[in-house]
Structures are given as structure tokens and as C-alpha cells.
Unconditional design. Structure first.
Ligand code: MN
Length: 354
């Protein structure tokens, strides 16, 4: 669990997927409430994906008497295209009905960063904040409780964008982006290493934004590690193989730490690459299946290629099952699904468009 206080407001960074996650949120808020000194009953959810479990946590907090605010940009933009979109739309409707004006769910196109959904300090007296465990969730939570700086909104939009843009923000933002790029991947043998590293990065960065020099120096070491990872990525890009026309694969299994953002942007620039595929030995699916394939569609082709259509319509997104898919241009699968489903699907897709 990633949690620490920002400007004295207890903040929990979590994506709610299980009933255990709902319990974690409820316990976190109850404990924060027992410790609080202000008379507030406000809990803010910000940038948290609208899952069944997120909705359940909000419903239960309301039942316990909290005033819950929900600010998010994961709303469905247009018509739902799959089962997951339908569930998000149903969750959105339920939250809007339950919370009324306290619920603002918009779309990324209009609000690239969630920090634009709060005023600086608007929630500085909140009992607790529940945020997405990524730089967008962090910057939005910080601003909500009153820690901000002039470039924060612009930086946050870059941090929530494509990997090669993430590291192009203001100097302070780069400390966060480069640290985040080299966080250890999920590793089943050391299952909380990624969480602990994320918590350290986030809390150091919040301190550095407020002028803490030792925290800034620790972050600078992360930048050095990032620079090394960029070199590894450049070397790895030389081993790329075109497995189908426009589909470029790099085997990254058992490699030292590399920067995926650099690797993918080199592939997209130097090859006629429509879809990049990284074969990895670390990650949530690899934890269960040994290896995972991570696919990404290059920006100019994202309107034309929907990776979710390569999988059966009722496919669930679940690392244990061997599939993770949240957006149409990214797909992670096990070795089995790569060979049985994705590769034949891509071949058919390319023949169709040829
Ligand atoms: Mn976000």
C-alpha cells in the first residue's frame, strides 16, 4: 500500500480491483478520521479508475457518513466500444446519482490532467484523499491539498501522456518522470518492491517540490539511473525484429533496466513501425506466466488499430488469466495468448488492410 500525508492530509494511492482493496480504503479513511484535528467529513477520490470496487468503496463511505467528492477524467468519450466501457459508464452513472454535484467525471480529451479538476488547496481540510498511484494522481492530490507550483497543470498533462512526452516537463517534473520510468517492474519474487519504491519516489518528490534539498539529491540519483536505462534501451533497439509488416518486436527478457519510453520511441522512428511489441520477463502477467508481451500502437495509427479487437469480446482484463487491456492502443498478454490469439489476429488484420 502506498500512503503518506501531504500537507498533513493522509493520502492513499490505490487502484481498487478487489474486495481487499475496498477494505483497505475504508480502513484508511476510518483511521485518518480517528486522527484528524479538523471538523471536516470530506473524502476526495481523484484520478481513480471507475471500477466496480471503486464505486463500492464510495457507497460504503457515504453510508458511514462521509461527504465524498469524486473528480476524474476516465469517463467514456463517445459510445462504449466494449464490455469494459459499458461497466465504466454504469459506474459513472451510479456515482453521479449518489454524489450529485460532488461528482465530476470528465474525459481525458478535455482534461488531460486531473489537477485541472481541483483548485489549489480546495481539499486542504479533507479527512483523506484517495488517488491513482501514478504521477497524475500524485500531482492532482498535491494540488487539492494545497501543495502546488506554477507549471504543475502543464507538467501533469505531460506526465499522464505518452512515455516520450513524460520526461519533457519542467526541471522539477523531470525528477518525478525519470524516477517513475525506472521504477522496478512488478516482480512476484519481491512483490512489494515496486510499491515501496513508488512510495519513496512520490514522498521525495513532494518534499523536493517544497524545497527539501536531501530529497532532491536522492531524486538526482534516480535521474542517473534513468540515463543508464536510456543507453540500455538504445542498445536493445538494435535487436528489433519485424515479425509482421509494421509489427516490430524486441526481446527484453532478462535484460538490465531499460527505459521503455525511449525504446518504443526509437522503434517508432527508425522502423516503419505501427505496433511495437516488447517481450518481458517482469510484469504483472509475467509474474503468473513467466513472460509477457506488451503491445503499443504508434500514435498515427491509433484511430485505425484497436488491439482489444484481437481478443474475444468477453475477454476479462486479469493478469492471472494472462490479459491486461484498458485502452484500445495498449495490450499485454501471456505467451500463450500471443501465439494463439494476438499474432494470428494481427496477421488477419494486416491482410485485410493490405
Ligand atoms: Mn490520470
Amino acid at each position: 500500500m502506498i500512503s503518506f500525508s501531504i500537507n498533513s492530509v493522509p493520502t492513499l494511492f490505490i487502484k481498487a480491483f478487489t474486495s481487499g482493496d475496498v477494505e483497505s480504503i475504508l480502513e484508511f479513511v476510518r483511521e485518518a478520521n480517528a486522527m484528524r484535528s479538523s471538523a471536516s467529513d470530506t473524502v476526495l477520490f481523484i484520478d481513480t479508475p471507475i471500477t466496480l470496487r471503486t464505486v463500492e468503496a464510495v457507497v460504503k463511505l457515504k453510508e458511514e457518513g462521509y461527504r465524498v467528492f469524486f473528480r476524474d477524467h476516465h469517463g467514456i468519450d463517445g459510445e462504449p466500444v466494449n464490455q469494459r466501457d459499458v461497466l465504466v459508464q454504469q459506474g459513472t452513472a451510479k456515482l453521479e446519482k449518489l454524489l450529485g454535484d460532488d461528482c465530476v467525471i470528465t474525459v481525458r480529451r478535455l482534461h488531460p490532467a486531473c489537477s485541472t479538476l481541483v483548485e489549489a488547496g480546495e481539499f486542504k481540510n479533507a479527512v483523506a484523499v484517495i488517488a491513482d498511484p501514478d504521477p497524475d494522481g500524485l500531482t492532482a492530490a498535491m494540488k487539492a491539498v494545497g501543495i502546488s507550483y506554477p507549471e504543475l497543470d502543464g507538467d501533469a498533462a505531460l506526465l499522464d501522456g505518452e512515455p516520450f512526452l513524460q520526461v519533457t516537463g519542467s526541471p522539477i517534473s523531470q525528477l518525478l518522470a525519470k524516477g517513475a520510468a525506472t521504477l522496478p517492474s512488478y516482480d512476484a519474487k519481491n512483490h512489494d518492491l515496486r510499491e515501496r519504491s513508488t512510495q519513496k519516489l512520490f514522498s521525495d518528490w513532494v518534499a523536493a517540490v517544497q524545497g527539501d534539498k536531501p530529497a532532491e539529491e536522492r531524486l538526482m540519483k534516480g535521474v542517473a539511473a534513468y540515463d543508464d536505462a536510456v543507453v540500455v534501451a538504445q542498445d536493445l533497439s538494435k535487436t528489433a525484429k519485424e515479425v509482421l509488416p509494421g509489427v516490430v518486436l524486441v526481446d527484453c527478457t532478462d535484460q538490465p533496466v531499460y527505459d521503455p519510453g525511449t525504446l518504443i520511441s526509437i522503434l517508432e522512428k527508425s522502423h516503419d513501425c505501427r505496433i511495437s511489441v516488447l517481450r518481458k520477463s517482469l510484469g504483472p502477467i509475467a509474474a503468473h506466466h513467466g513472460v509477457q508481451y506488451s503491445l503499443a500502437v504508434a500514435k498515427p495509427y491509433q484511430d485505425k488499430v484497436n488491439l482489444q479487437k484481437l481478443m474475444p469480446l468477453d475477454t476479462r482484463s486479469d493478469p492471472q488469466y494472462g490479459v491486461i487491456t484498458n485502452v484500445s492502443f495498449l495490450l499485454h498478454v501471456s505467451e500463450y495468448f500471443w501465439h494463439e490469439q494476438v499474432l494470428p489476429g494481427l496477421r488477419a488484420l494486416l491482410e485485410q488492410s493490405a
